[in-house]
Ligand binder design. Structure first.
Ligand SMILES: [Zn+2]
Length: 321
């Protein structure tokens, strides 16, 4: 679906040779040089994909991360098989990454502010959202509610995991409902979109942040460009699924370079901390009181009465003329 995914085999080979070629500006650079800049191209600011562990290391306070639910592992309720069985795909992903899920979640501090975090790893089955990933996110939200702190998700995902079919799609509503509980408590949810954030992930929690941050040039959308073009039959604007286009059109709040994400999050969490003097309150959507509901119902039934009266008047006028 996405044409320019960095080839993993090439990447490994290049790393072994200690040289790396930027897929954007095609500069050939010493790998250590790029790694020292949190895997951002020093020539053109291209943000390479990084693992969940590297992401956590780059944004949380040193030694503050405590992982939770690491042992949760997917089952195969549908005994799903396409070219390979789902079970085989999970085993391969496990062997490749040493993980059982595309999400790493845990408690940490950022700028000394306690926060719960869930981070996607694209290298595990394309960062796909399955039952385990959804459950880890919901447990993270529950911990945030218990501790009265904020919640952060860093997305890097192709979308829902098709091998889990409806079980995977259900994670969209499950996570969204849990985020609504967080919201009702007035606690912040910060969503960070990295390359790529697509499908069911962008169509649920990734776009529900009180603050939505994206890395530069990240691919963000629902369906891929080719699918949309086939469906609507028109050419699409250049870069219409990149962070910069989304910022220009009001879908996200800010684009932040990888090196500045830690300090940006620290500032935001301080702003939302209730014990802080300059605290910014998140006001949950207020439910209507019974009195207000009655008033609305009354005004609506008045409207109906008025409509009937107007119709009668019209009839009378016609009969009289
Ligand atoms: Zn570059």
């Amino acid at each position: 679906m996405f044409g320019n995914f960095f080839n993993k085999d090439e990447e490994k080979e290049e790393r072994a040779n200690q040289w790396i070629k930027c897929p954007k500006c095609t500069s050939l650079m010493y790998f250590k040089e790029v790694e020292a800049q949190q895997q951002v191209c020093p020539k053109c600011n291209h943000h390479f994909r990084i693992s969940a562990q590297e992401r956590i290391d780059s944004i949380v306070d040193e030694n503050s991360f405590v992982e939770h639910d690491a042992s949760l592992a997917p089952v195969d309720p549908l005994k799903f098989s396409d070219k390979k069985s789902y079970k085989k795909r999970i085993d391969e992903a496990k062997a490749k990454t040493g993980k059982t899920s595309s999400v790493m979640s845990g408690s940490c501090t950022i700028g000394e502010e306690p926060v719960e975090i869930a981070v996607f790893d694209f290298s595990f089955m394309g960062g796909s959202l399955g039952s385990v990933e959804g459950e880890k996110i919901v447990r993270g939200i529950n911990r945030a509610i218990e501790k009265e702190c904020g919640f952060i998700i860093v997305s890097a995902s192709g979308g829902a995991r098709m091998q889990e079919s409806t079980y995977s799609l259900l994670q969209m509503s499950k996570t969204s409902a849990a985020l609504n509980r967080l919201h009702q408590k007035g606690l912040p949810f910060i969503s960070i979109l990295t390359d790529p954030t697509m499908g069911g992930v962008s169509a649920s929690f990734a776009m529900l942040g009180d603050i939505i941050i994206a890395e530069p040039s990240a691919l963000i959308g629902f369906a891929g460009q080719r699918v949309i073009k086939q469906t609507v039959g028109v050419d699409l604007p250049e870069g219409f699924q990149r962070s910069e286009f989304l910022l220009e059109h009001g879908l996200i709040d800010m684009i932040v370079n990888r090196e500045d994400i830690h300090s940006t999050l620290a500032g935001l969490l301080k702003l939302f901390n209730k014990t802080n003097n300059n605290y910014v309150k998140i006001t949950p959507k207020r439910r209507k009181t019974d009195k207000e509901k009655a008033r609305i119902e009354k005004s609506e039934s008045n409207k109906e009465d008025n409509a009937v009266e107007t119709a009668l008047e019209k009839n009378n006028a016609q009969e009289n003329s």
